[in-house]
Design a protein around this ligand. Structure first.
Ligand code: AMP
Ligand code: MG
Length: 431
């Protein structure tokens, strides 16, 4: 990717690029080429790095575990001392506890009482779990034949992580296990990329903000709440620029302010085909912007590009989403989520999908991707089943709120018969 490559050059590289009927996959490929990655990094204490993107490989400074140690409570011994086909009697010369190693010598023909995690003394190679050994109480332990093989129940030094090997790769979105992993290496701070700054606002004269009276013909702005929520989950810094009315000067001012302080700008509304308002014109004036009709439902119109041309600040990536509340969420998950993760330096990971049988027949036209809101649950037969939530209108936010996943009907797919399996994107899988 070249930074600031002209948009038509990116388009020219893509197969089947048609801005008036753009397949979802082509739009995703375009956006992946468009977005730059933030370069700045900061070193954070391990806990503060949760949800952030690791900037460089974390190379293990130590072996984990640092020593060979026991995986069980029992007796450590030499496998070579075990007799074939008959019990073996060994003298117990002492004990090793986790955190307190045995500092004597264990001569051949003897054993050591040992607890889980205790260091294996030199020469001993095998642990017999306590319940398989007969402790005589007389300073000797008897091991029945065939209860262990050489090396059993011994954890090797460096088995989890070897010194000098990458324990975590750059680009990783840090999860709870990763914090623990870093701590297990004794690493107190992690180098992460700086948080992405994302400004967002809603456009439309009919929109009112919470706390304002609802005038005749007006609606409350809900998109700023869903967008804010989706941005929070991604761990970016979300900058709310409010509702912007359909006035050229106000729109221009909002776009300029957004581009000056953010890496990405998300707007909703005003990008429909044949839209009479000023949003599209101002976008085109202030940046390099394409207006797409995407072969998808909901969420057909979308603007994409770079906005803000001041030389003091690199342009921000613009995601001009449709106005309808469901379309906003669907286009966010289909395009913006992955793009913001990339911009933040994360390695893109395909979202895990579930295969579920459809409870009902679903009508679907080939040649576009459809995202239906669904409720997926485990049937009495143990399989996953999904049904669509009531009205699928793109303005009906309730369909989204009631759903626990999206039924993804792919570009080439046609009607789905009851009982056919479909792909479902569970909302719980979305960070
Ligand atoms: P537009 O794309 O601007 O024509 O908007 C499409 C539909 O979405 C219209 O019915 C708008 O009233 C509605 N809409 C636009 N923005 C919002 C918003 N922020 N919150 C709720 N509904 C909206
Ligand atoms: Mg509008």
């Amino acid at each position: 990717m070249t930074v600031n490559e002209p948009l038509d050059q990116i388009a020219a590289r893509l197969q089947g690029y048609d801005p008036r009927a753009l397949p979802v996959a082509t739009a995703q490929a375009f956006i992946a080429e468009l977005v730059p990655v933030v370069q700045a990094t900061e070193a954070l204490p391990v806990r503060e790095a949760l949800g952030r993107v690791l900037a460089e490989d974390l190379v293990s400074p130590i072996d984990v575990p640092a020593h060979d140690n026991s995986a069980m409570d029992g007796f450590a011994l030499r496998a070579a001392d075990l007799a074939d086909g008959r019990p073996t009697r060994l003298r117990v010369v002492g004990g090793a506890l986790a955190g307190r190693a045995f500092d004597g010598v264990v001569p051949p023909g003897s054993a050591l009482r040992i607890t889980t995690g205790a260091v294996m003394p030199a020469g001993l190679d095998t642990v017999v779990p306590q319940e398989l050994a007969q402790d005589g109480g007389d300073g000797f332990v008897q091991i029945p034949p065939g209860v262990v093989r050489a090396g059993d129940h011994r954890r090797l030094a460096g088995e989890d992580l070897a010194r000098g090997k990458p324990a975590l790769r750059a680009g990783r979105l840090l999860r709870p296990a990763d914090l623990g992993l870093a701590a297990s290496l004794g690493v107190p701070r992690l180098s992460v990329r700086r948080r992405l700054r994302v400004a967002f606002f809603s456009t439309g004269d009919e929109l009112r903000s919470l706390g304002e009276p609802l005038d005749e013909g007006c609606i409350y702005d809900s998109n700023r709440y869903t967008v804010w929520g989706m941005l929070q989950r991604l761990g970016v810094e979300a900058i709310d620029l409010g509702v912007v009315r359909d006035r050229p000067d106000e729109l221009a001012d909002a776009f300029r302010r957004a581009a000056a302080q953010a890496d990405a700008v998300i707007t909703s509304g005003g990008v429909s085909v044949g839209e009479a308002d000023h949003t599209k014109r101002i976008m085109a004036e202030l940046g390099e912007v394409l207006f797409w009709t995407i072969a998808m439902r909901p969420g057909r119109p979308m603007a994409i590009g770079r906005i803000g041309t001041e030389t003091t600040h690199p342009p921000a990536i613009l995601f001009g989403l449709p106005g309808n509340p469901v379309a906003v969420m669907v286009t966010f998950y289909a395009f913006v989520r992955d793009a913001l993760l990339r911009m933040g330096g994360a390695l893109p990971q395909p979202l895990p999908m579930l295969r579920a049988a459809s409870r009902e027949r679903l009508r679907k036209k080939p040649g576009r991707t459809e995202y239906q809101r669904g409720i997926v649950e485990r049937g009495g037969d143990g399989r996953w089943w999904v049904r669509a939530t009531g009205s699928q209108g793109s303005g009906v936010l309730r369909s989204m709120s009631e759903a626990n996943g999206m039924i993804v009907l792919h570009h080439g797919q046609g009607d789905v018969a009851a009982g056919d399996e479909v792909d479902v994107l569970p909302f719980d899988g979305l960070v």
